[in-house]
Design a protein around this ligand. Structure first.
Ligand SMILES: Nc1ncnc2c1ncn2[C@@H]1O[C@H](COP(=O)(O)OP(=O)(O)OP(=O)(O)O)[C@@H](O)[C@H]1O
Ligand SMILES: [Mg+2]
Length: 165
């Protein structure tokens, strides 16, 4: 019998507004409707993925509190304790924070700084029971996006088709 293995997929493109968050939210929700267990990770300070599934006041409570991705990354903690259940079945999320704007600075002096997200996801990948972990990246190309890519098995790059090529 082959062991079930979670697939981790990043939605990334350093071009802003290319459809990363929309695609990530829609793919995650669609998979959850099919009965797959999905964990979404909002890796962007704009909070748009979190706002896709929670009302604004709740998003701000997460963003200003301690249960968000920034708090976990800053302390290099396991993400297990940072997962919140969305109102939708099979769909969990790690909320973001506006403080993610300072994540590059936080990561700068840490040991193996491009692997911090990867390390913090280890237990969730092994014991979380998820079929998919989907990570929404910000429109940047620095050390934080490197963390997202290092933690992922696949990358989806949404692009806008235009007549300009
Ligand atoms: N497939 C699509 N077709 C048409 N419009 C889309 C599509 N995907 C996203 N959009 C629209 O494009 C805009 C930007 O989408 P979205 O916020 O998902 O991009 P993003 O890459 O996450 O942006 P950012 O880089 O700021 O995080 C939104 O108004 C969204 O509704
Ligand atoms: Mg986005």
């Amino acid at each position: 019998m082959t062991e079930k293995r979670v697939k981790t997929i990043a939605f990334a493109n350093n071009k802003g507004g290319s459809g990363k968050t929309t695609t990530c939210a829609n793919v995650g929700y669609s998979l959850s409707l099919l009965g797959r267990r999905v964990l979404l990770i909002d890796g962007d300070m704009q909070l748009n993925l979190t706002l896709s599934f929670f009302p604004e006041d709740e998003v701000m409570d997460y963003a200003c509190g301690e249960k968000n991705l920034y708090a976990a990354m800053k302390k290099e903690e396991d993400l297990w304790d940072y997962v919140v259940h969305t109102p939708y079945e099979n769909l969990d999320l790690v909320p973001s924070s506006t403080l993610m704007s300072g994540i590059e600075y936080e990561l700068f002096a840490k040991w193996q700084r491009e692997l911090i997200l990867s390390r913090s996801l280890k237990r969730l990948k092994e014991e979380g029971g998820y079929d998919y972990i989907l990570i929404d990246a910000p429109p940047t190309l620095g050390g934080w996006v490197m963390n997202i890519l290092c933690a992922s098995d696949y990358v989806i790059l949404p692009v806008e088709a235009s007549p300009w090529g």
